[in-house]
Write a protein that binds this ligand. Structure first.
Ligand code: EPZ
Length: 433
């Protein structure tokens, strides 16, 4: 049944520690097979997407030794590069980050066959920019029977201008170009913190990448990589999710193990609507004691407001005074939570890529279904802010990207549990009263 049962109405109060960034981890884990040495990776989020990727890497021959839930040692030396390198299983088909194995395998072995990426249904998610990059580096890429097949005699450095700012394409091209002959320049590159983290990881293995975090990345190809030990940056979106949870439940949360600079776009909007956000070296404290104000938000590539925080922010705005407008400019299908939120009493109208949110005073508990990862997390926050009980099913989406989500929320006073059966739902209700 895979659902959360939640009783809302308690402000979330206390401290929470943020884990490693999922979207950095996915690039880093894939890149780890590019060295014959060993990569010791720490602060890895123990979530479904990272585990599925590790399993697929093991299937193509990589040696994966789990030292703990958040620590792994990866060695690509055991991969047999003389055979076809085929990445496909029923789980990897459902995640997006499978595409990073194309960049990693193509860079190292000059060939890869990877199933077309899945991922959350948040709009059409083409990979033309990835392919354009691989082809510019000299690879032949074809799509056949649901697989992306890439091959090259050799990869040669080149000049690539991305037509759209793409996180995935930037990371993928950066990986492949790191082991190409000569120099590569990626223009109009994505600038997200996880781009910088993957570049730092590659550099720690011996790559020569400069400019990550700006829109021009320069890569000098090297012959091979060596051992490394690396700790992944904190998850900006997990942190932002707890920040909006504090606001929506009128709580007070100290969010630890974050890089406040990465949260600036989120902090700025929360301050604008009247929340209190205090920044420390590696923590932020978010406090909201009264009903907040409305605002306007447009999602944009970093350093703009992240699309991955749009649903959580909408949940907070739908409880604020006045009318807010959100424009989603990255993905066209990222308002699928609106119907679910309406069941709780939210007043939101969508028109194309715009949501017009008329703030209401309160939500009431409802039976809902998580439409995707971030929308699912947003519904959990709404349920924690609502009067009465809610159930949210399809929580598999949420577990793709949030580690111990229910446990962390419970430690803040949230009344939330995973219930596998209707009986467990009833037991929770009897216990909580
Ligand atoms: C990454 O997806 C993240 N996924 C997403 O995280 C995140 O929402 C997104 O970046 C934007 O920040 C992972 O890192 C695994 P893009 P990605 O390529 O790489 C268009 C989450 O909840 N585009 O930056 O797929 C595309 O359609 C999620 O954790 C092309 O047109 O995103 C979109 O409009 C979901 N052609 C825009 O670019 C391409 O070849 C940005 O997409 C590639 C992308």
């Amino acid at each position: 049944m895979d659902q959360y049962i939640i009783k809302g109405g308690n402000p979330l109060v206390g401290e929470v520690v943020i884990g490693g960034a999922k979207n950095a981890a996915l690039g880093i884990l894939a890149a780890a097979i590019m060295t014959d040495g060993e990569c010791h990776i720490d602060n890895m989020p123990d979530v479904r997407d990272t585990n599925v990727l590790l399993q697929a890497m093991e299937q193509i021959g990589a040696r994966i030794v789990r030292k703990g839930p958040n620590e792994v040692v990866i060695s690509g030396q055991s991969i047999d590069g003389s055979g076809d390198l085929i990445v496909d299983n029923e789980y990897i088909r459902k995640i997006r980050a499978s595409y990073y194995l194309i960049g990693a395998l193509l860079g190292k072995y000059k060939k890869a066959q990877v199933v077309l990426p899945g991922g959350c249904d948040i709009g059409s998610r083409p990979i033309d920019q990835h392919i354009k990059g691989f082809e510019a580096l000299g690879a032949k890429v074809e799509i056949s029977r649901g697989m992306i097949i890439a091959e090259a005699e050799e990869l040669r450095g080149t000049h690539i201008y991305l037509d759209v700012v793409s996180v995935g394409a930037t990371i993928n091209i950066m990986m492949a170009a790191s082991l190409a002959r000569g120099n590569t320049i990626i223009e109009n590159a994505a600038k997200e913190p996880h781009i910088v983290d993957v570049a730092n990881f590659l550099n720690s293995m011996g790559a020569n990448i400069k400019g990550a975090g700006t829109d021009v990345i320069r890569i000098k190809g090297v012959e091979k990589f060596h051992n490394t030990s690396y700790s992944i940056i904190p998850d900006q979106i997990e942190a932002g999710t707890f920040m909006t949870a504090a606001v929506a439940t009128k709580g007070d949360i100290m969010i630890r193990n974050v890089i406040p600079k990465h949260l600036e776009a989120i902090s700025a909007k929360l301050i604008e609507i009247g929340a209190e956000v205090d920044e420390f070296d590696d923590a932020v404290r978010v406090v909201a004691s009264k009903r907040l104000k409305s605002t306007q938000i447009k999602t944009l590539p970093y350093p703009g407001f992240p699309t991955d925080m749009q649903p959580q922010m909408a949940v907070a705005l739908a409880l604020s005074k006045g009318t807010s407008v959100i424009t989603e400019s990255i993905f066209e299908n990222r308002f699928r939570y609106v119907d679910e939120l309406t069941k709780m009493g939210a007043n939101i109208k969508t028109e194309g890529n715009t949501a017009i949110i008329m703030g209401v005073e309160r939500y009431t508990g409802a039976r809902m279904s998580a439409p995707d990862l971030r929308a699912g997390a947003a519904l959990v926050i709404a349920a924690l802010a609502a009067d009465g009980y809610s159930t949210i099913d399809q929580i598999g989406y949420i577990l793709r990207g949030y580690e111990k989500f229910d446990e962390k929320l419970r430690s803040l006073g949230g009344l939330i549990e995973i219930a596998d059966t209707e009986r467990e739902v009833q037991k929770f209700k009897l216990r909580i009263g």
